[in-house]
Design a protein around this ligand. Structure first.
Ligand code: BTN
Length: 251
C-alpha cells in the first residue's frame, strides 16, 4: 500500500501497514505506548482476530478494508462524544459517493448498511486510564464477497463488490473515507447538528425495535437520535432516550 499517498492526501500523520495482524485496534493500542505522531493510521490487509462490539468478532478476509485511527481526544471532554456515530456518518458519506446506485444508511450505534445489509462496523476503544487518545477501528467490506463467508455473517452482510459487481481500489476508498472522517472530527469539536444530519440517513427511523441494555429491554418506534447520540424511542410511556444497547427488530 502506498502509505505516502495517505499522508499526502489526508490528515493522517503516521501510517503503519501490515499484511496480517491480529487486530488493527489491538496493534494501535500497543503502538500508543511508543508515542507516534498523531493521527496514526494502522491498516491491515487481513486480520486473524478482528474484534467487533462486545464479544463479537469481525470477519476479516483479504478484500475487506480494515483500519484503526488513533486521535487525540478533546481536552474538555467529561463524557465521551459519540465518535462512533460521527464515524458512521463519515463512512456512509464516502460509500454513497463510491456506489451512488446503492442506498447507504447508518444503523445506530455503530454500523453502516448498504441496500439493507451491513457493510461496515465501527469499534471505538479508550486506551487504559490516563491516555488522552482514542482508537477508532473501522471495517468496510469492499472487495470481499459474502458468498465466501461463514453462514453466521453471510445472512446479514454485504460488500461493495456484492452490491455492485465491481471491484474498488482500497487505497482510493481509504483516502475518500479519511477525508470525510477529518470533516466529521471537526464537527465533533464544534458539537454540530448531529441529530439533524443523522435523520435523513437513519436506517432504524420509524421502525419498531427492541433495545436490550443491562438486562433490560425497551421496545418502541425509532424517532432518530439526539445531539448527544442517544437513540430516541417512542414507547407506550412516551419518548425515551437510550444511550447504549443492542438493537433488534421487534416487527
Ligand atoms: C462491529 O461491527 O461490531 C464493529 C466491527 C469493527 C471492525 C474493525 S476492523 C478494523 C478494526 N480492528 C478490529 O479488530 N476491529 C475493527
Amino acid at each position: 500500500m502506498d502509505t505516502r499517498r495517505v499522508r499526502d492526501e489526508t490528515f493522517v500523520r503516521s501510517v503503519e501497514h501490515r499484511l496480517t495482524v491480529d487486530s488493527t485496534n489491538s496493534l494501535a493500542l500497543r503502538m500508543i505506548e511508543d508515542s507516534p505522531e498523531l493521527p496514526l493510521l494502522v491498516v491491515a490487509d487481513e486480520q486473524t482476530a478482528g474484534r467487533g462490539r462486545g464479544a463479537n468478532s469481525w470477519w476479516s478476509p483479504v478484500g475487506c478494508l480494515m483500519f484503526s485511527l488513533v486521535i487525540r481526544r478533546l481536552e474538555q471532554e467529561e463524557r465521551l462524544p459519540p465518535y462512533s456515530l460521527h464515524m458512521g456518518l463519515a463512512v456512509r458519506a464516502a460509500l454513497a459517493e463510491i456506489a451512488p446506485s446503492t442506498e447507504v444508511a447508518v444503523k445506530w450505534p455503530n454500523d453502516v448498511y448498504l441496500d439493507q445489509r451491513k457493510v461496515s462496523g465501527i469499534l471505538v476503544e479508550v486506551p487504559p486510564a490516563g491516555a488522552d487518545t482514542l482508537v477508532i477501528g473501522v471495517g468496510i467490506n469492499v472487495n470481499s464477497s459474502f458468498q465466501d463467508a461463514p453462514s453466521s455473517v453471510s445472512r446479514v452482510g454485504t460488500s461493495l463488490y456484492d452490491a455492485t459487481g465491481s471491484t474498488f481500489d482500497p487505497l482510493n476508498v481509504l483516502c475518500r473515507v479519511l477525508r470525510h472522517v477529518e470533516r466529521e472530527l471537526d464537527l465533533v469539536q464544534r458539537e454540530s447538528g448531529l441529530a439533524e444530519r443523522w435523520l435523513p440517513v437513519c436506517y432504524l427511523l420509524n421502525r419498531r425495535v427492541a433495545l436490550e441494555s443491562g438486562g433490560r429491554t425497551v421496545s418502541g418506534v425509532c424517532a432518530g437520535i439526539d445531539d448527544s447520540g442517544g437513540l430516541l424511542l417512542a414507547t407506550d410511556s412516551g419518548v425515551q432516550t437510550i444511550s447504549s444497547g443492542v438493537v433488534s427488530f421487534a416487527e
